[in-house]
Design a protein around this ligand. Structure first.
Ligand SMILES: [Zn+2]
Ligand SMILES: [Zn+2]
Length: 325
């Protein structure tokens, strides 16, 4: 009996361990079409509530996700007064993790705020300060938050994150730790999200450590290395704004395929040789070109896939796509 019980316990602990994540892309690009910029929804497979990872585009991404059946695991009640876009937006997004307050990461949140519900906005002090002083200030936009200028509509509650501190994301089973990054003399953030012993790392805009004269990426890799070794890191989301021909002086705090390769080499130092093999890497923030016959997405995909010496598994989701890890 004792043995049977311990077997059942072992099996159930294995089942609860292998929960995994679901990721819906709301906006896949790093500019210039305002209907498809930096925004993702993340949740544990074992529940229905999402946190948004940046919010450059929100509603058009939910619309596209519904068209692609990417919310198939979400129950939308028959008797709700909201349409499907409205229900997922209002009821299933429980909070926003904002990596930095550049417009392409917050514009969806701002524009859709008039139809949103009470939620938390999580970010480092620099991000919260920018939102507080320059966005929700009754000048650029009404103050939908709980702090800052003038009358406070109290729909959003700022949750200032201190680096490395673990914080639970209200309404979800997720927890987050934040790591400061350098984005052309501006502070950006890597969010390390944990669900029941499994992790996903979301990098906001970031330049190479060497170009930025920073150790932001290096510090984050020190934490990811051991997780990779223990097979607990399900995916990394990181940007490749430009193609390889972009010169370092023109990067303005962004990465290219060859710089991703260099940074992965550093990550391998902390994870041990061979441990990057098969790692899911989601490429974000590709900047589209408006030139004739120039497809940046195709170019960057090719540059990454053709030079994949660590054998990672690259993903290039577009708006509305569902990825499961
Ligand atoms: Zn950006
Ligand atoms: Zn930026």
């Amino acid at each position: 009996m004792k043995r049977l019980l311990s077997t059942i316990f072992l099996i159930s602990s294995l089942i609860s361990y292998a929960e995994g994540f679901e990721l819906v892309t709301l906006g896949s690009d790093g500019g210039v079409f305002d209907g498809n910029i930096s925004g993702y929804l993340l949740k544990s497979k074992s529940e229905e509530n999402f946190v948004a990872l940046d919010a450059g585009t929100v509603l058009p991404g939910i619309k596209k996700g519904l068209e692609k059946n990417s919310f198939k695991n979400i129950t939308i009640p028959k008797d709700t007064e909201w349409n499907d876009i409205g229900y997922i937006f209002r009821e299933k997004i429980k909070g926003y993790l904002i990596s930095h307050a550049h417009l392409d990461h917050i514009s969806g949140l701002v524009v859709s705020s008039t139809e949103d519900t009470k939620k938390e906005i999580y970010g480092l002090k620099s991000t919260i300060d920018t939102l507080k002083n320059n966005v929700f200030n009754w000048q650029l936009w009404p103050n939908f938050a709980n702090e800052g200028e003038g009358f406070k509509l109290n729909q959003y509650t700022y949750k200032e994150l201190s680096p490395l501190n673990e914080v639970s994301i209200n309404g979800t089973t997720l927890k987050v730790r934040s790591f400061p990054l350098s984005h052309s003399n501006y502070e950006s953030t890597m969010f390390l999200i944990e669900n029941n012993g499994e992790y996903l790392a979301y990098y906001g805009d970031v330049g190479p450590d060497k170009v930025e004269k920073s150790n932001g990426l290096d510090e984050s890799f020190k934490v990811l290395g051991p997780l990779l070794k223990e097979k607990k890191l399900k995916a990394i989301m990181i940007e490749s704004s430009f193609e390889n021909s972009k010169q370092d002086k023109d990067l303005f705090g962004h990465l290219t395929p060859k710089w991703i390769d260099t940074e992965l080499e550093n990550l391998e130092r902390y994870s041990g040789k061979g441990n990057l093999k098969g790692l899911n890497i989601v490429i974000t923030h590709i900047k589209p070109s408006l030139k004739k016959n120039e497809n940046m997405r195709e170019k960057i995909e090719k540059e990454l896939v053709d030079n994949n010496r660590f054998g990672v598994q690259y993903h290039f989701p577009v708006q509305g796509d569902l990825l499961e890890f």
